[in-house]
Design a protein around this ligand. Sequence first.
Ligand SMILES: NC(=O)c1ccc[n+]([C@@H]2O[C@H](COP(=O)([O-])OP(=O)(O)OC[C@H]3O[C@@H](n4cnc5c(N)ncnc54)[C@H](OP(=O)(O)O)[C@@H]3O)[C@@H](O)[C@H]2O)c1
Length: 281
Amino acid sequence: MTGTTVVTGAGGQLGIELARRLDGQQAVTLNRSQLDITDARLVERTLAEISPRLIIHAAAATNVDGCEHDRAKAYRTNAVGTWNVARAAERAGAQMVYVSTNYVFDGKKLGPYLEYDDTAPLSAYGWTKLHGERAARQVLERLFVVRTSWLYSRWGRNFLSRLTNVEASDGPLRYVGDQVANPTNAGDLAAAILDLAQTEAFGVHHLVNEGATSWYGWAAAVLTGLGRADVALEEISADDFPRAAAVPGNAELANETARAVGVTLRPWGEALASHIREIAA
Ligand SMILES: NC(=O)c1ccc[n+]([C@@H]2O[C@H](COP(=O)([O-])OP(=O)(O)OC[C@H]3O[C@@H](n4cnc5c(N)ncnc54)[C@H](OP(=O)(O)O)[C@@H]3O)[C@@H](O)[C@H]2O)c1
């Protein structure tokens, strides 16, 4: 596909990885200070000026507990902000990728969630991201909805950044063992989104590194990969870790529709090992 690609939320984990892969191509990457997606007029004007062929909409309010505390802001950003971007995409004649979440599900399914399983979010974050999916679908036909899970990258604060700086004396570290999902390398996701956007396979897709684990399993794998056998870990239940947002017990996704069009991601353990090699280098 030729023409300009726009990335929203370019200052975030995924946005930075998309920008790295689009470097040297016809692309405009916009962080929050360059494009606040809650400003409908600004969004429309900016995207009309650029006239992109593709918009990858990665900007969002992503603090799951923070969304619970400020539901109005979560709705304004994740639902209305997405509607603003989708309307501007429609007017510019652009295709759009909307990045959504595994937290649109309630976690009661036994086994991984498929693309057309029923949604039933438990949290303000999950609801407002689902409203974003619906808002974009109302406006656009040439739309990819890409649901992903538990992103990490070397940029910003995330699950891994805490563990890479831990001291043995900080232990035992307590991690929840009864919530599972797919830890996903933001670089792998960026590459898969760009591959998917080359197809005409519009609709809902799950894009995660293959396989799932718990927060505890993920932490154990990170510490093993970092060679930190000196840090003690303790497995706890979600009941022992109260938080503002309700989180699904099983939030594992399967990448069925993307695989059908040849877009695949490697297993999460392999992606994590290569990430650890990169940060060590
Ligand atoms: N992180 C995960 O584990 C995860 C899991 C499932 C799905 N997702 C989805 O994947 C996408 C990318 O996530 P990520 O991990 O890259 O998130 P991130 O690192 O938090 O990046 C999101 C970016 O959006 C920006 N943003 C927030 N409000 C904005 C606004 N009103 N206008 C413009 N930009 C705004 C943020 O800017 P500030 O930093 O200035 O706030 C941030 O740079 C999101 O759509 C998220 O919902 C993420």
